[in-house]
Design a protein around this ligand. Structure first.
Ligand code: GRF
Length: 221
């Protein structure tokens, strides 16, 4: 099988990257990670990629005078590795049209909230502060703006009575690791079409664009 080359952009721990690495290791998974790029030198995700034998690049944003200049470097690096789809997996930079124009309808992001609620930093904390009873995560096509773009796939998780920011974030993160490989599979199989404001998926029997995590029995009170 010819696997579709994907670039993954990270800034931190890289647990979502790890979920993608693990998925790509499956023989029948239609994508492979061609390069992992981090804007932070010490991002643990770079170590995960090295361990998996994936080429890495540390591209520091600081020396670049504009976001566009930095994104030009990103695009050059992604193209040098033949990348066709780009996954933002905890990449803590606002991207510009330079990247989006180079990969039109081919950039995915994962965010720890049920967008369009709670974009930006600390989705789980924002959800707790707002008192919502259902939280979750979203994979979306990337458009200009913070966590903006059409929704591909969402997982809903309950907010439990004793939750703090960390327990809720962990429950959400577990679902992120399920969602991102699923969305990437659709992308690599040519079943996901992203056009401005719209995400269409050719679903197969048994597939859905949402995932609902039930309240555990011992929490029902
Ligand atoms: C995740 O919560 C992701 O949704 C957000 O940043 C976090 C990255 O975590 N965009 P990790 O580096 O994948 O562990």
């Amino acid at each position: 099988m010819d696997k579709v080359p994907v670039g993954v952009l990270i800034s931190g721990s890289g647990t979502n990257l790890q979920a993608l690495i693990d998925a790509c290791a499956e023989p029948d998974f239609p994508a492979r990670i061609a390069v992992v790029i981090s804007n932070r030198k010490r991002a643990h995700g770079l170590e995960r990629a090295r361990r998996a034998g994936i080429p890495t690049a540390w591209l520091w944003h600081r020396p670049h005078p504009t976001r566009e200049a930095y994104d030009t470097l990103l695009v050059d690096t992604l193209r040098a590795h033949g990348v066709q789809w780009v996954c933002l997996a905890g990449f803590m930079r606002i991207i510009t049209s330079v990247l989006l124009d180079a990969f039109p309808g081919r950039v995915l992001n994962i965010h720890p909230s049920l967008l369009p609620a709670f974009p930006g930093l600390d989705g789980p904390g924002q959800a707790l502060d707002a008192g919502v009873r259902i939280a979750g995560c979203t994979v979306h096509g990337v458009e200009l703006g913070v966590d903006a773009g059409p929704i591909v796939l969402q997982a809903a998780v309950p907010v439990l009575p004793d939750d703090d920011r960390d327990t809720l974030a962990a429950r959400i993160l577990t679902q992120e690791h399920v969602l991102f490989p699923r969305a990437l599979r659709w992308a690599a199989e040519g079943r996901l079409r992203l056009t401005p404001g719209r995400a269409e998926v050719d679903l197969r029997p048994g597939e859905a664009r949402h995932l609902l995590v039930p309240v555990p029995p011992d929490e029902r009170r």
